[in-house]
Design a protein around this ligand. Structure first.
Ligand code: SF4
Ligand code: SF4
Ligand code: FES
Length: 242
């Protein structure tokens, strides 16, 4: 089928402001949006900038806004975003992060927020046997959150950073939960300063946009609400956090 890609382009070194550029091409409805972008880059316009690596939904590098919704170009089929011959697909960079070139954004702010929640196991207690044992049930409490590929789609989908740029964001909170809910972790207090503040978990308004767009089907909003409950419990001294 014939499709048109309307791509938001911007080179901060040479352009005064972002602008739309359209490309028309033949595409298999079962092909991926990433294939269309690669076709444009190879055969129509080598200057088009976008990131990709694995092309299979694993590395998280090709998150972008596709028809106004955030997702991975390599996991979006043409037929999912264009239903008939001649349809136009709009492609834009992720929101809230500075554009480096076209669809490539500077992810520093996103990763700084991720780092702030200390995304690693914290436990200085000596290991009793060879390893820290965990039951399957204990693991299942946070299993989905271990699948995050740090693509940033949820961060761009969330409406909160638009009005509160310091909001730590859904990915960082989901990753905090990944450790807070881990029976082997003892880092609750250390993570509190990043989470228990107006720009932390409390800024989330349950819009669910993050959960809707996550390419790894992580139950982000649920994990954020569980994190809020854990913090409340901790503050009132009402029971264990694990
Ligand atoms: S939680 Fe999902 S959408 Fe957010 S960064 Fe991780 S994989 Fe991407
Ligand atoms: S649930 Fe919270 S983090 Fe997710 S999109 Fe809504 S406000 Fe943002
Ligand atoms: S290119 Fe790796 S996730 Fe899409």
């Amino acid at each position: 089928m014939k499709i048109t890609l309307k791509v938001k382009r911007y080179n901060p070194e040479t352009d005064d402001r972002p602008y739309d550029q359209t490309y028309t091409l033949e595409a298999d409805p079962n092909a991926r949006l990433l294939d269309a972008l690669m076709h444009i880059k190879r055969f129509q316009d080598g200057t088009l900038g976008f990131r990709k690596s694995c092309a299979h939904g694993v590395c998280g590098s090709d998150a972008m806004r596709i028809n106004g919704k955030d997702g991975l170009a390599c996991k979006t089929l043409i037929k999912d975003v264009a239903t008939k011959d001649g349809d136009t697909i709009t492609v834009e960079p992720l929101r809230y992060l500075p554009v480096q070139r076209d669809l490539i954004v500077d992810q520093k702010n996103f990763f700084d927020k991720y780092k702030a929640i200390k995304p690693f196991l914290i436990n200085t207690e000596p290991v009793a046997k060879k390893e820290r044992i965990q039951s399957q049930e204990e693991r299942m409490r946070f299993d989905d959150t271990t699948n995050c590929i740090l693509c940033g789609a949820c961060y761009s989908a969330c409406p909160i950073p638009g009005k509160l740029p310091a909001f730590i964001g859904p990915a960082a909170i989901a990753q905090a939960f990944r450790f807070l809910a881990d029976s082997r972790d003892r880092g609750f207090e250390e993570r509190l300063p990043a989470l228990d503040r107006p720009e932390g978990v409390w800024a989330c308004e349950n819009h669910f946009e993050c959960t809707r767009c996550c390419p790894r089907s992580i139950l982000i909003t649920k994990r954020i609400n569980q994190t809020k409950k854990m913090i409340e419990k901790h503050k009132t001294g009402d029971g264990e956090t694990h």
